[in-house]
Design a protein around this ligand. Structure first.
Ligand SMILES: Nc1ncnc2c1ncn2[C@@H]1O[C@H](COP(=O)(O)OP(=O)(O)OP(=O)(O)O)[C@@H](O)[C@H]1O
Ligand SMILES: O=C(O)c1ccc[n+]([C@@H]2O[C@H](COP(=O)([O-])O)[C@@H](O)[C@H]2O)c1
Length: 202
């Protein structure tokens, strides 16, 4: 499952869990984007913060892992590169790409969108406020997941307005946001505080 995860929230986790169960997946790899080129650059938190929040949020589930492929690859993040890298790392795996209704609706604007379908099976999940459409493709599956009307935008705005994000994001992520002072000033860049250094492996 790819995402900017700024921050990761329970909508992401419920969607991943439901797809894993229905499609009997061995593992769900969360892949935080490096530079999400379709989002305003100065409005996205440092990749290390987003990566670490994703690690914290997924730590309790043995089926969930986090990959650095997108944040370690320089330049804008394209899913075509994500899937090629994952395929190289896991040549025997059958890949599924989990995406919400809003992201799926944009897929034809993604880089090399014609070639994406050969690299993975796409699973589009329902998301409150968005229409889920498989674009008539047999290589896209649609899945209704428990409705979680949560967005990262809303979580950031709540922190900026000093409203709680408890139970919208995992507890450890609430604490991480407070520790590094993320999203405190909605008028400025999210990249507040010192970015922790992590090792550059998968
Ligand atoms: N509440 C949700 N239910 C189902 N899918 C979701 C939900 N929130 C996000 N997704 C999906 O998860 C993926 C990553 O989303 P992303 O990290 O951009 O979160 P977001 O909440 O949409 O962020 P933002 O509000 O900053 O745009 C996308 O495919 C998106 O459609
Ligand atoms: O490949 C592209 O051109 C492309 C353009 C926009 C988004 N994506 C991917 O879609 C996923 C969700 O992105 P986002 O911006 O909604 O967090 C994430 O894995 C992104 O890398 C991919």
């Amino acid at each position: 499952m790819g995402g900017t995860f700024d921050p990761i929230h329970h909508g992401h986790l419920v969607a991943a869990s439901e797809v894993a169960s229905v499609f009997k997946l061995d593992e769900v790899i969360f892949v935080p984007t490096g530079e999400p080129w379709q989002k305003a650059k100065n409005k996205v938190s440092a990749a290390e913060h987003r990566y670490l929040m994703t690690v914290i949020a997924t730590a309790a589930n043995p089926q969930f892992t986090v990959s650095r492929v997108d944040i370690d690859r320089p330049g804008p993040t394209f899913t075509i590169d994500t899937l090629r890298d994952l395929r190289e790392m896991r040549p025997d795996a059958e890949l599924f790409f989990i995406t919400g209704a809003d992201a799926l609706a944009q897929i034809m604007s993604w880089k090399d969108s014609d070639e994406l379908w050969e690299l993975a099976h796409f699973v589009g999940v329902t998301r409150p406020g968005h229409v889920l459409d498989d674009m008539g493709r047999s290589d896209v599956s649609l899945l209704e997941v428990p409705a979680m009307a949560i967005s990262s935008t809303d979580c950031r705005q709540r922190v900026g307005a000093q409203n709680p994000v408890w139970y919208l994001v995992p507890d450890g992520v609430v604490q991480y946001i407070a520790k590094y002072g993320l999203y405190m000033d909605p008028a400025t860049d999210h990249d507040a505080g010192t970015v922790p250094v992590t090792s550059r492996t998968e």
